[in-house]
Design a binder for this molecule. Structure first.
Ligand code: ADP
Ligand code: MG
Ligand code: ZN
Length: 611
């Protein structure tokens, strides 16, 4: 279509030229000869001129030529006095006039050219609006793979677990043949999950750099274009290119932008474009086999919104977690970025790392850069600890609004709180072992967290296990209480969950003392499914029973509180020691933690496990 239009326009231009040329030749015969003024004067003197018309600066007329024929002529007037003198002195003179032929053609051609130019432009625009989209999209879909990426794993600090997991991908890309021979199947897709700025994009590049393979990257937000079909075209092109260059890496940054669950967010209606893109991606992922040596990496900080279809086996079935760095990680990251600036001797990056709990890698990189800018402003030659400190404070100021970066007093409380949970979990019969304790803030809500590791899938819970759960939940608040003799709001969620369990024991599981085996199930329907308000207000038991339920659950909680307070008071020294350790390291894993738990306090079943 486009080609035809181009062809047409040259046709038209050639035709116009032809017409003009012809016109020129034909009219040439009737065209007056241009003669010098002196010749005209001479002709007048020789009585050759028949008639003339005198214009302002031009005289045209008819004269008799030497062969007797009449000849049209024209000449440009020259000032008469001058001409008299000129002829007296025998000078050949003539008037001058611009070449009218070229002028005429130009005065024709320019408007015509302009007209056709505009017309052509409009045609193209109209075509793009109708069917031309594909060719338009095709251009934009061109993906250029990056070769010779310089990023290496050494440029990424504090993500050792992720690096370890991705090392396998690197090995595979380096020697796809070996994997082929043994018959191992690499996962097609690996998804990097973690908060913004933790180095997901960086580590993806590092994988390509380490393996020395081309890197095709696209961002999910790029895919979402105005024109329907463009995103899908891009995905198609991405895979076509990658197949040519295998082994290679395809990296899709911000996968959530296209990978949102289909049908979600339907209020605004048409997400056609995104859905088409996502579908195309799924089709492409299903359509290639891993033996080609293509690995698809993707990154997201919102794994929970992803379409489950993306996470099915054979697609992004492997997740690599990249969390915010702990204090050692932060020190390493600071070191990496400090190499790029002129750092004064003896700057202690460790102290900076300790101050920056909750910072992501990007925040730290930013801090170093800010510090360098501050040093420049102060006309210093080197960046000192003062600038680094100032930069960190500035960023904390900004982050406090968005995120949570906690001050050292809060941090201490959080540490004791979390260790309280963990100690109770370790010392209680029927509680799951502690996997990890962390006081690196996560998002808005959690200042710290204690992870327990389920040892088996559970469908039934004994009364003892439910009580153990309550104990663990209370542990946080009670540890705060016995250490600081005061409590904070941080335990609100724990207490709510503890109360929930206690109530459920009474009203649902028949574990109360006075209510017996009668159950009083709570209204389970989610609020939005309720049609009439009365059902949420109403309950099918008496006020008396209600107060009995309250009494009983209160009693359970009071008992547990007493029990946990006793337990934690007994091992206060361990509580303090572990909390201080946690403050220093920010993250404690099972082994380090269990090594500090007092063995004589362990319940029998767990003591056996320890040996
Ligand atoms: P994400 O993709 O997770 O949002 P990026 O990879 O874009 O984060 O990180 C932004 C920048 O922050 C990187 O270019 C790098 O300079 C710095 N950075 C982030 N994490 C790290 C890290 N673990 N080690 C070194 N630098 C990091
Ligand atoms: Mg990124
Ligand atoms: Zn808690």
């Amino acid at each position: 279509m486009e080609k035809q239009t181009k062809f047409n326009i040259w046709y038209v231009i050639a035709a116009i030229w032809g017409v003009l040329l012809l016109q020129n030749i034909i009219f040439d015969q009737f065209r007056p000869v241009v003669i010098p003024y002196s010749e005209f004067i001479e002709a007048v003197l020789n009585d050759k001129v028949i008639e003339i018309a005198v214009g302002q600066d031009r005289i045209s007329g008819k004269m008799r030529a030497d062969d007797g024929t009449e000849q049209l002529f024209t000449t440009v007037r020259v000032d008469t006095d001058l001409s008299q003198k000129l002829s007296e002195h025998n000078v050949k003179f003539s008037g001058q006039v611009e070449n009218t032929f070229i002028k005429a053609i130009l005065s024709w051609l320019i408007p015509i050219g302009l007209f056709f130019g505009i017309w052509y432009f409009m045609m193209r625009r109209m075509q793009a609006g109708q069917a031309g989209i594909m060719s338009f999209g095709k251009n934009k879909a061109k993906v250029v793979g990056e070769k010779d990426i310089e990023t290496r794993f050494t440029d990424v600090a504090g993500a050792d677990e992720a690096k370890e997991e991705l090392q396998e991908v690197v090995d595979y890309l380096e020697h796809p043949q070996t994997y082929l021979e043994v018959g191992g199947q690499m996962p097609k897709g690996v998804i990097l999950v973690g908060p913004p700025g933790t180095g997901k994009t960086l580590i993806a590049r590092a994988v390509a750099g380490e393996a020395g393979v081309p890197f095709f990257s696209m961002s999910g937000s790029d895919f979402v274009e105005m024109f329907v079909g463009m995103g899908a075209a891009r995905v198609r092109d991405l895979f076509v290119q990658a197949r040519e260059k295998a082994p290679c890496i395809i990296f899709i940054d911000e996968l959530d932008a296209i990978g949102k669950a289909r049908g979600a967010g339907g209020i605004t209606g048409g997400h056609d474009e995104r859905e088409q893109t996502l579908n195309q991606l799924l089709v492409e992922m299903d359509g290639f086999d891993t033996q080609k040596g293509i690995v698809i990496l993707a990154a997201t900080n919102r794994p929970e919104v992803l379409d489950p279809a993306l996470l099915r086996s054979g697609r992004f079935d492997r997740q690599v977690l990249i969390d915010k760095p702990d204090v050692n990680g932060r020190e390493e990251i600071l070191k990496i970025h400090a190499r790029k600036v002129n750092l004064a001797e003896g700057v202690n990056l460790r102290t900076i790392a300790q101050k920056t709990a909750g910072f992501s890698g990007a925040d730290l990189a930013n801090a170093v850069n800010e510090a360098a800018l501050l040093a420049v402003r102060k006309k210093l030659k080197q960046v000192t600890e003062i600038e680094l400190d100032e930069a960190v404070d500035r960023i904390i100021g900004g982050l406090e609004k968005k995120n949570r970066v906690i001050n050292s007093k809060e941090k201490k409380i959080v540490a004791y709180h979390e260790v309280g949970h963990a100690l109770v979990a370790a010392l209680t019969e029927g509680s799951e072992p502690v996997h990890k304790i962390s006081i690196i803030p996560r998002g808005l809500a959690a200042l710290g967290y204690t992870q327990q590791r389920p040892t088996e899938d559970r469908y039934l819970m004994s009364e003892q296990e439910l009580l153990a759960k309550i104990d663990v939940l209370l542990g946080g608040r009670i540890a705060e209480q016995i250490t600081f003799n005061s409590v904070t709001t941080g335990a609100g969620n724990d207490l709510m969950r503890a109360t929930d369990i206690a109530r459920a024991m009474v009203v649902e599981y028949g574990m109360g003392e006075t209510l017996g085996l009668t159950t009083y199930p709570r209204q389970r329907n989610p609020v939005f499914l309720q049609t009439d308000m009365s059902s949420s207000m109403g309950r099918d038991y008496s006020d008396e029973t209600a107060s009995q339920i309250d009494q009983e659950s209160k009693q359970i909680l009071a008992q547990r509180q007493h029990h946990v307070t006793e337990m934690l008071t007994r091992c206060r020294d361990s509580l303090t020691a572990i909390a201080e350790k946690l403050l220093e390291k920010e993250v404690l894993y099972e082994k380090e933690f269990m090594a500090m738990v007092p063995v004589d306090q362990l319940p029998d079943s767990k003591r056996d496990l320890e040996k």
